[in-house]
Design a protein around this ligand. Structure first.
Ligand code: SF4
Length: 335
């Protein structure tokens, strides 16, 4: 067994500390970032790996994550965050990496009692047991309060040089960071959208109207303004250039579901993604909505030139849009 630890590296302070504590003992460390569709960015993990001087593997969750989100075995937190299920999922992925790399242990930055939903003692034990990592999942920051892992029992890792943190206090962790020479601390990132209560209506709407949700649908959830047209159709409008580009990227993806990207040509405005089978009437309604959300909405506009993209096929079309100010109700804003 190599003295190699796979550290679940989110990019936050705690996972960086877990990695550095092991490095201090001469244990080789490799970082693993498990990417969900709801992470703001991979960048914090990339920056953390660079700061620690370790390699980083990024693995994206697979389609089975969708079912976990739809029906978490251990429920949601304050929003739609299935944190205990999600930690367990990540630990299972880490176990696969541990086997591939021949590592002796998986480590995480979890601190006993820090989060009520997923870091109670029974949660930490459950994650280790159900992931198949029992005895091989080390929490260096709270290890002295937990049962020893095989790596500690075998002397590969010195338990005496691990820690006994517990609870929500940040100050002792910040002090440890200073002692261990971690001076470039991660900036606060927006983190996981599932923990945000304002994001929850999008998730509920998706699962309510769609029985066949894919990761592509989940990736779309983070982008733009979402409107429900009817049970089969939803439209998403980009809010800025970055989101417009993200919509185009999603439209071109090989795993895209039945969706149509609409890009303005004759006016300056947002791009839109129509999810569901497109019809002429629906496309007109989408373009009307796009015009409503232009900076200088032209209420007299009766016709618009747009580019329609379905899969890899793109074509410019001119659409009658009627009178935008006619008072026709707009699709319902989900969030
Ligand atoms: S905050 Fe998000 S990524 Fe983190 S464990 Fe919870 S659901 Fe998973």
């Amino acid at each position: 067994m190599k003295r190699l630890a796979i550290v679940l590296l989110s990019g936050g302070l705690d996972s960086m500390l877990a990695a550095r504590v092991l490095q201090e003992q001469g244990v080789a460390v490799e970082g693993l970032k498990v990417q969900t569709p709801f992470d703001a960015s991979q960048q914090p993990a990339i920056d953390a790996a660079r700061e620690l001087g370790v390699s980083l593997t990024i693995r994206r969750v697979e389609e089975d994550y969708v079912e976990l989100l739809r029906r978490p075995q251990f429920g949601y937190g304050k929003a739609v965050n299935p944190c205990l299920d999600c930690h367990l999922y990540m630990a299972k992925m880490a176990r696969r990496v541990l086997d591939e790399r021949g590592a002796c242990v998986v480590a995480s930055g979890e601190v006993l009692g820090q989060r009520p939903m997923s870091q109670k003692r029974q949660d930490l034990n459950l994650i280790a047991r159900r992931s198949g990592l029992e005895g091989r999942l080390l929490r260096p920051l709270s290890a002295k309060r937990l049962d020893p892992t095989i790596a500690e029992l075998e002397g590969w890792i010195n338990r005496e040089r691990l820690y006994d943190f517990a609870g929500r206090g940040r100050r002792p962790l910040m002090e440890l960071a200073g002692k261990l020479g971690l001076h470039r601390l991660p900036e606060r990132s927006p983190g996981c959208a599932l923990t945000t209560t304002t994001f929850a209506p999008r998730v509920h709407d998706l699962f309510h109207f769609n029985t066949n949700v894919t990761l592509w649908d989940c990736d779309l959830l983070r982008i733009g303004r979402h409107f429900r047209i009817d049970p089969l159709h939803k439209v998403v409008l980009g809010r800025d250039a970055e989101e417009n580009a993200a919509l185009s990227e999603l439209a071109a993806r090989a795993d895209a579901v039945e969706a149509t990207l609409v890009e303005p040509r004759s006016f300056i405005g947002p791009r839109a993604m129509l999810c569901g089978p497109a019809t002429g009437d629906l496309l007109q309604a989408v373009v009307r909505l796009m015009i409503e959300y232009t900076r200088q909405a032209d209420s007299e506009c009766r016709e618009a030139l747009v580019c329609i993209q379905q899969g890899q096929t793109r074509q410019d079309v001119r659409l009658e849009v009627g009178n935008v100010s006619s008072g026709d109700p707009l699709p319902r804003l989900i969030a």
